[in-house]
Design a protein around this ligand. Structure first.
Ligand SMILES: [Zn+2]
Length: 194
């Protein structure tokens, strides 16, 4: 279980940044966990900036919106490197839907952390075929802390870490998730895929 380091203390204060990754399947509560950490940083009066890929327009364009409708204002960006320009003097950088960013997101996260910021990224760790979803594996490798959150299998009620696509569309990026996907455990995911 991840316990937030030095809550209430800005990473800026000791010049040590860090990278945290929150990963899991769809419906696993990744965004909720990101919002929870960001809200606590706000309570500690730290300056927080939040980014997400511009292509993720399922809900409101400028809010990070999780499925339970907790929302924090966020800035849509087209390229990972845009975050370097926009992060400014903030203490904490939140990045949602990190799997949709280009490979530069790894260098961007490292640069932000080197400059003393706490960087928290949330994203899907596997695609709908159960394959690692780049660039998440590389982000997990460079992070100090990785938290894998789980959904509940909609077939059997066990813990789920796979995102099963109900529609026959084979494109990797498909938005409008609720009606198109189910969380599945390993057994139920592969029983239905074969
Ligand atoms: Zn199951």
């Amino acid at each position: 279980m991840f316990v937030e380091p030095t809550p209430g203390k800005s990473p800026h204060q000791d010049g040590k940044g860090q990278i945290e990754v929150i990963c899991g399947s769809m419906f696993s509560g990744k965004t909720e966990e990101l919002i929870r950490r960001l809200n606590r940083a706000l309570i500690a009066r730290q300056k927080v900036e939040i980014f997400k890929p511009a292509l993720d327009r399922r809900y409101h364009a400028e809010d990070i919106v999780s499925h339970n409708a907790n929302a924090i204002r966020s800035t849509p960006v087209n390229f990972a490197e845009d975050i370097l320009l926009l992060a400014g003097t903030c203490d904490v950088v939140g990045i949602d839907e990190a799997q949709f960013f280009d490979a530069q997101i790894v260098a961007v996260a490292n640069k932000l952390a080197r400059s003393g910021k706490r960087v928290i990224l949330a994203g899907l760790d596997m695609d709908f075929e159960g394959r690692p979803f780049d660039p998440m594996p590389a982000l997990m490798a460079v992070a100090e802390f990785v938290t894998k959150v789980h959904a509940i299998c909609m077939k059997c009620g066990d813990l789920a870490s796979f995102s099963y696509r109900l529609s026959p569309d084979r494109g990797k990026v498909m938005l409008g998730e609720k009606e198109s996907y189910e969380a599945r455990c390993r057994k139920c995911f592969f029983e239905s895929s074969n």
